[in-house]
Write a protein that binds this ligand. Structure first.
Ligand SMILES: [Zn+2]
Length: 272
């Protein structure tokens, strides 16, 4: 508990000190697809990654207790193999990410879900693999998309914007009250990180970077189209969790189709 308080304390000390020096910049290099939007990233990435790590450890702990963590050897083998080809490609977008402690697990669950938390913590739920009858290329499409969210630090952006909207950044700087109430605000930060969905703009960036990652790794970027078509067919009265944050509408699919010529040469080069 004491250790946790130290972490939280560090969070706000570094939050306040970072504020004075942080401007708006893009978290990644542009790559072949040219994503270069400037982002508001006022909260330190170390602290966001720490929040994510706690949540990921919790997910693993619960799955382990239920004997659903990495119990399907074939699914784990496939997902791990895809990750081993995708991870070396991340350096195109940011050099530091090659050194991240990337981690991949498969959880046996009917949930149609997959994510990559900040800092490179990946989870696939067996439901998404089975219900969508995914090919390896389609697994690469989902993983590339999710890895792109982590590379772009979309979670950190959400926490930063959330704090700013609550006036907490100004409050913290102006009065220093945050230091006394840090536990409360750290909980709020976790809420922004873990429960708020990515914006449509962030989704679009993840699609764009995702197809470059998969193309460079030698996975057919056109599989991103079939993936979202399959996802769309999963809809219905009660769409799965992944669908609620990743609407598979015609706009998304049309946009991906439009971008494929940008990355097709990378895919062809990877085939040779
Ligand atoms: Zn997404």
């Amino acid at each position: 508990m004491k250790n946790k308080n130290v972490i939280l304390n560090l969070f706000f000390v570094s939050l306040i000190s970072t504020l004075t020096i942080s401007g708006c910049a893009s978290s990644t290099d542009a790559g072949a697809v040219g994503v270069d939007r400037k982002q508001f990233l006022a909260v330190p990435s170390e602290q966001v990654n720490q929040m994510a790590l706690q949540s990921y450890d919790q997910v693993k702990k619960e799955a382990s207790a239920k004997k659903t963590l990495d119990v399907n050897a074939e699914q784990l083998r496939r997902v791990t193999a895809v990750s081993k080809r995708l991870i070396p490609q991340v350096q195109v977008f940011r050099k530091d990410s090659l050194q991240w402690p990337w981690e991949v697990h498969v959880i046996s669950s009917p949930d149609v879900n997959a994510y990559c938390m900040p800092g490179g913590k990946i989870a696939f739920y067996s439901g998404i693999i089975e219900k969508l009858n995914m090919t390896d290329d389609e697994i690469a499409a989902v993983m590339g998309h999710e890895m792109a969210h982590a590379l772009r630090e979309h979670g950190r952006e959400r926490v930063s914007e959330g704090f700013a909207q609550q006036g907490l950044l100004i409050l913290g700087v102006a009065t220093g009250v945050i230091k006394e109430q840090y536990a409360q605000y750290a909980a709020l930060g976790s809420t922004f990180l873990l429960t708020l969905p990515n914006s449509r703009r962030q989704e679009s960036e993840a699609d764009h970077i995702g197809i470059e990652l998969m193309a460079r790794a030698g996975y057919n970027p056109r599989s991103a189209v079939t993936l979202w078509q399959k996802m769309g067919a999963q809809g219905g009265a009660k769409p799965p969790q992944f669908m609620s944050t990743h609407p598979s509408d015609s706009t998304r699919i049309a946009q991906i189709q439009e971008w494929i010529p940008q990355v097709a040469p990378l895919y062809e080069a990877a085939q040779r």
